[in-house]
Design a protein around this ligand. Structure first.
Ligand code: TEU
Ligand code: CA
Length: 591
């Protein structure tokens, strides 16, 4: 069994600062707003806050474009506010994890301003500059065919008139990539980590940390999108040649000098098991865990815009879900790695909309179903703000102007440019946005039924429109409701998880009734022989589940999303099949 660590048992709650809680009435959340809600979070069962970037930033990509790593974006507050947040967290035995975005900076970071100023600038090689390739007419072209990740078919290289060279910016032109080959850059990043660790933060979520080492030959990306000028270059910069070396130095020179730092690396584009194990192995690895994208990309396929993989909705089955979850559970449990468990974050749609059914009839069941799954899997659990309330995607009626994310805006503009006036395409694009846009998870937190949902004062315009369902779905209603609300359910299941870490955090994982087309079910086992069964009907219809022979007659239900009121001991079940209702989830226990 895995070694016990605080960060394995922790329930992490992700805060998207702009949309959490506005205390000064400017329509944006702030650090004081986080501090004001700590009791709510503690009561839910949260141990650690991961706060999306709050550093100074022009906000081209909502703070994932940093212009000063050692200061706070003024609308969010000050360093003093952060110190106070850390103190208040400590009083409650809670911790803070910062979002570390060091693959790129903002184009307005003084380093980049300096870097672009001249060919001989001392900061020139802090970023990645290349000479153009000139065609017969003498027109400059990018050095290779890599496309922007958030830019919908545009090149990842940006021409800079002042010095007549291109800089690399794989996300958007406002986010130039740092040149990690330069030791001065690495030393500076190390210092940034020390700065925050010295202030009392307990760890980092490392943004796209697997992109920091690029193939220095900068080869063309393979043609994956027929006919497109710019292609995904990820093969040449995801888990690149020097990644392990750079992470090792970060660990040895910084992380290991502090006690029990928690690290989670965001790792898109790579699902290679051997490679990932090298990164998260408990002895030889560099990071505690990573975020992989297999589950959240279960429905991904190539969409209408060449080069785009995310803005699309494809079919998926319960078997796909079972395969994706099981692969990672097995991989880490069997090989000494560690998982992160999540269904939702600021880059993904709301999980109840994504994996279940967010209609009024079914959303409550679906939200609780996902809670049962997440809270009974092996790994560190990450809950995203509002997930505990069953917040759902934006209403289908909302116009494109309500979508604020740079990726959505680029997508919508691109569709309009490609298919001007084509109503069918535009309608389809809106459907895709309603299903997949990052805006879906970025609407303001729904605290109560007052105008603006208690997110910001009445009369203030919130930076992003509040979801229309706030009067019925909000924290005030759910924390006081008579029958168990989604919030109460999370609270109860998290408490159960914490009561039995030897099962839910550290236990074994085996599939049950593994060919069932509708029901995903598994058993978690402790060394004591204790067994807990999670049974999840991932369909909107009645389904059957075969009780495994070895637990027949011994199985008792401890929780379920159709139960209400007292349900400590429900009737046990004998051998045979049981009928599950739409989106029904059960958690049972066998002695
Ligand atoms: O995301 C990196 C990433 O590759 C995806 O999750 C990305 O959001 C998705 O591919 C977009 O379609 C991280 C951050 O979480 C995201 O918010 C930032 O925009 C991005 O890095 C750049 O810093
Ligand atoms: Ca504010």
């Amino acid at each position: 069994q895995a070694v016990r660590k605080w960060w394995k048992e922790a329930v992490v709650y992700q805060i998207y600062p702009a949309s959490f809680n506005d205390t000064n009435g400017d329509g944006r959340g702030d650090v004081k707003g986080i501090t004001a809600k700590l009791d709510y979070l503690k009561a839910l069962g949260v141990d650690v806050l991961w706060v999306s970037p709050i550093y100074d930033s022009p906000q081209a990509d909502m703070g994932y474009d940093i212009s000063n790593y050692r200061d706070i974006y003024p609308p969010y507050g000050t360093l003093d506010d952060v110190d106070r947040l850390i103190q208040e967290l400590r009083k409650r035995d809670m911790k803070l994890v910062m979002d570390l975005v060091v693959n790129h900076t903002s184009e307005q970071h003084p380093w980049f301003v300096e870097s672009r100023s001249s060919l001989s600038s001392p900061k020139r090689h802090w970023y990645i500059w290349k000479k153009p390739v000139y065609d017969a007419d003498g027109k400059p072209h990018p050095p290779n065919n890599w496309g922007q990740i958030l830019g919908e078919g545009r090149p990842a290289w940006v021409f800079d008139g002042a010095t007549q060279e291109y800089y690399l910016a794989v996300f958007t032109p406002q986010q130039p990539d740092l040149n990690w080959e330069n030791p001065a850059v690495r030393a500076e990043v190390h210092d940034i980590l020390r700065f925050w660790l010295d202030r009392g933060v307990s760890g980092f979520r490392m943004d796209v940390i697997n992109l920091i080492s690029k193939d220095q030959a900068f080869p063309h990306g393979d043609v994956l999108i027929p006919g497109a000028r710019y292609q995904p270059g990820t093969k040449h910069f995801a888990n690149g040649p020097r990644l392990h070396e750079f992470l090792q130095a970060l660990k040895m020179e910084v992380l290991d000098c502090y006690d029990g730092v928690m690290t989670v690396g965001e790792m898109p584009f790579v699902l290679d098991e051997e490679e990932i194990l090298k990164i998260v192995h408990h002895e030889q690895g560099f990071l505690n865990m990573i975020f992989n994208f297999e589950l959240v990309e279960i429905d991904a396929q190539r969409g209408d815009v060449p080069g785009d993989f995310r803005m699309s909705v494809g079919p998926w089955s319960v078997a796909d879900l079972r395969r994706a979850v099981t692969r990672w559970q097995r991989l880490m449990i069997d090989n000494g790695g560690w998982n992160s468990v999540y269904c939702e974050n600021h880059d993904q749609p709301r999980s109840v909309s994504h994996f279940c059914d967010d209609s009024d009839e079914h959303r409550e069941y679906g939200s609780k179903l996902l809670c049962l799954m997440e809270a009974t899997l092996c790994g560190t659990l990450f809950v995203y703000q509002g997930e505990e309330l069953g917040m759902r995607n934006v209403p289908p009626e909302w116009g494109a102007e309500e979508y604020k994310d740079i990726e959505s805006v680029n997508y919508w503009n691109k569709i309009n440019e490609m298919y001007p006036g084509n109503e069918a395409k535009l309608l389809q694009a809106k459907k895709v946005m309603r299903a997949k846009a990052r805006d879906n998870s970025r609407t303001p937190m729904q605290w109560d039924a007052s105008p603006n949902a208690g997110f910001c004062p009445v009369g203030v315009q919130p930076w992003m429109r509040v979801n229309d369902d706030f009067e019925t779905f909000n924290a005030a209603v759910q924390t006081t409701a008579g029958s168990p609300s989604i919030y109460h359910f999370w609270q109860e299941i998290l408490a159960l998880r914490k009561k039995h870490p030897e099962v839910f955090v550290y236990g074994g994982y085996e599939l049950v009734d593994e060919h069932n087309a509708d029901v995903f079910s598994y058993v978690r086992t402790a060394e004591s022989g204790e067994r807990w069964l999670t049974v999840l009907n991932f369909t909107g219809k009645n389904a059957k589940w075969a009780v495994p022979e070895e637990v027949a007659g011994k199985l008792r239900w401890a929780a379920g999303n159709y139960f209400s009121g007292e349900h400590d001991v429900l009737p046990g079940v004998g051998l045979g099949s049981i009928k599950l209702r739409p989106w029904e989830g059960l958690l049972g226990w066998a002695i």
